[in-house]
Design a protein around this ligand. Structure first.
Ligand code: FAD
Length: 379
C-alpha cells in the first residue's frame, strides 16, 4: 500500500480485500475452526499490518481515527480475522515503542509483511481482567530471565511467532513489579494447551500458554524492567480498546445491514416484513444505536489522537458502548429475520456469537464500568 493513499482510498482498498477474499471464507472458517492465514497474508501483502506503526519503523503512521474504520471493515467480513489482526498490530506497536533495536530489526519487517504475527498474553487462569493479580514470574539470572507460569485464552493460540507476555519481576518477592517480555514461540520451555471450544470467534484458536523455566534474553524486554504497566497502557490499552470497539462496530453494521435488507425482501401475507411497525421499530433501533456507537468511537478516537495520555479513558468508553451495542444489534437482527436468522446460512447468528466474545475480550463490561468511574471520580 502506498503511504500516499487518502483515507477514502484506504477504505476502498480494504473493502475490496474484504469483499473478494475475507468475507467469502468467513462461514467455512467459522464452521471448521480454521485459523485464517490466507486472510492475514492478504492483509500483509497490502501493507495493513504496518498501519499504526510510525513511518520510521516502516509503518504508515495512522492515527486511532484512521485505524478504527479499517478494523471495522475487516470485522464486517470476519471478526475472527479482525481480532487476530488487532492483536498483531498492538504487539508490533509495543515492539516499536519499547523494543531494543535488534528486536525491532528481527521482528517488525516480518510482522509488517504478514509473514508472521504477534499475540499478547496477559491474562491468567487466576487473574481475570486484573493485571495486578497475575502470578507468572520472571527471575533474573545474568543476561536471562527464567519464566514460569501460565496464560489463559490467548488469541492466535500457538499460531503466532512472538508473544508480548506480562510477568512479575524483582528481587523482592513480596513487592513484585510488572514487566513485559517478548517471548518467542520456539524458545525452550514454551508450550500450549488445546484450542478452547468457544461459542464464537471460532477461527481465533484461543489457547492456554505455559512457561516452564523458559529462558528469555534480557534483550527481549519491551520497555524497562518494572515498567510493564506503561507498555500495557500505551500499546495495548491505548490502541487495543479502540480496535476492539471497531470490531464490535463492524459486527453491528453487518448485522443491521443484513437484517434490514432481509426485511425488505421477505414477504409475509403478500407484504414485505419491513411494512410492519413492530419490525420497523427494530430496524430503527439497530440503525440509531449502530450510528451512536460509531459516533462515540470516532469522537473518543479523535480526542485520544490529540491527547494520547487520555487514550485509556476514551478507549474504555468506546469499547464498553460499542461491544454492548453489537450484542444488542446482532440479537435484534436475528429477531427481525426470525427462524432464518437462527440458521447458519443467513450469517447473523455468527455475528451474534462473535459479538458476545467482544464483551469479554481484554476487559469485561464490569471492569470497564469500574475503571471509567474510577478515572472520572479520582481526585
Ligand atoms: C474472545 C476472547 C479473546 C481473548 N483474547 C485474549 C488475548 O489475546 N490475550 C489475553 O491475555 N487474554 C485474552 N482473553 C482473556 C480475557 O481478557 C478474559 O477472559 C477477561 O479478562 C475476563 O477474565 P475471565 O475470563 O477470567 O473472567 P473472570 O475474571 O472470572 O470474571 C467473571 C465475571 O466476573 C466479573 N468480575 C471479575 N472480577 C470482578 C471485579 N473485581 N469486579 C466486578 N466484576 C468482576 C467479570 O466482569 C465477569 O463478568 C480473551 C478472552 C476472550 C473471550
Amino acid at each position: 500500500m502506498s503511504a500516499n493513499l487518502t483515507a477514502d482510498e484506504m477504505i476502498a482498498l480494504i473493502r475490496r480485500i474484504v469483499t473478494e477474499k475475507i468475507a467469502p471464507r468467513a462461514a467455512e472458517n467459522d464452521a471448521t475452526r480454521t485459523f485464517p492465514w490466507d486472510n492475514l497474508h492478504a492483509l500483509g501483502e497490502a501493507g495493513f499490518f504496518g498501519l499504526i506503526l510510525a513511518e520510521d519503523a516502516g509503518g504508515l503512521g495512522a492515527s486511532r481515527s484512521g485505524f478504527a474504520p479499517v478494523v471495522t471493515e475487516i470485522a464486517k467480513g470476519c471478526a475472527s480475522t479482525a481480532l487476530i489482526y488487532l492483536s498483531s498490530c498492538i504487539v508490533a506497536k509495543a515492539i516499536e515503542l519499547g523494543g531494543q533495536a535488534a528486536i525491532k530489526a528481527k521482528w517488525l519487517p516480518r510482522i509488517l509483511k504478514g509473514e508472521c504475527i504477534g499475540a499478547f498474553a496477559f491474562h491468567e487462569p487466576e487473574s481475570g481482567s486484573d493485571s495486578s493479580a497475575i502470578q507468572t514470574r520472571a527471575k533474573r539470572i545474568g543476561d536471562f530471565f527464567s519464566v514460569n507460569g501460565s496464560k489463559f485464552f490467548i488469541t492466535s493460540g500457538d499460531e503466532a511467532s512472538v508473544y508480548l507476555v506480562l510477568v512479575l519481576t524483582g528481587a523482592d518477592e513480596a513487592a513484585p513489579e510488572l514487566t513485559t517480555l517478548l517471548i518467542e514461540k520456539d524458545m525452550a520451555g514454551v508450550s500450549f494447551g488445546r484450542p478452547e471450544d468457544k461459542l464464537g470467534l471460532t477461527s481465533t484458536s484461543s489457547r492456554q500458554m505455559f512457561f516452564d523455566d523458559c529462558r528469555v534474553p534480557v534483550a527481549n524486554l519491551i520497555g524497562e524492567e518494572g515498567q510493564g504497566a506503561k507498555v500495557l497502557g500505551k500499546a495495548v490499552v491505548g490502541w487495543g480498546l479502540f480496535g476492539a470497539a471497531a470490531i464490535s462496530l463492524g459486527l453491528a453494521k453487518a448485522a443491521s445491514g443484513i437484517a434490514t435488507r432481509h426485511a425488505t425482501t421477505r414477504m409475509i401475507g403478500g407484504q414485505p416484513l419491513a411494512t410492519h411497525q413492530a419490525v420497523q421499530f427494530m430496524i430503527a433501533d439497530m440503525i440509531v444505536s449502530t450510528e451512536a456507537a460509531e459516533a462515540l468511537l470516532m469522537a473518543c478516537a479523535n480526542i485520544a489522537d490529540a491527547l494520547p495520555e487520555t487514550a485509556a479513558f476514551h478507549g474504555m468508553k468506546a469499547k464498553l458502548f460499542a461491544s454492548e451495542t453489537a450484542v444488542n444489534v446482532t440479537n435484534t437482527a436475528l429477531q427481525v429475520m426470525g427462524g432464518h436468522g437462527y440458521c447458519r446460512d443467513y450469517v447473523v447468528e455468527r455475528l451474534l456469537r462473535d459479538a458476545r466474545g467482544l464483551l469479554l475480550h481484554f476487559k469485561t463490561s464490569e471492569w470497564l464500568r469500574q475503571d471509567i468511574a474510577h478515572m472520572a471520580t479520582r481526585v
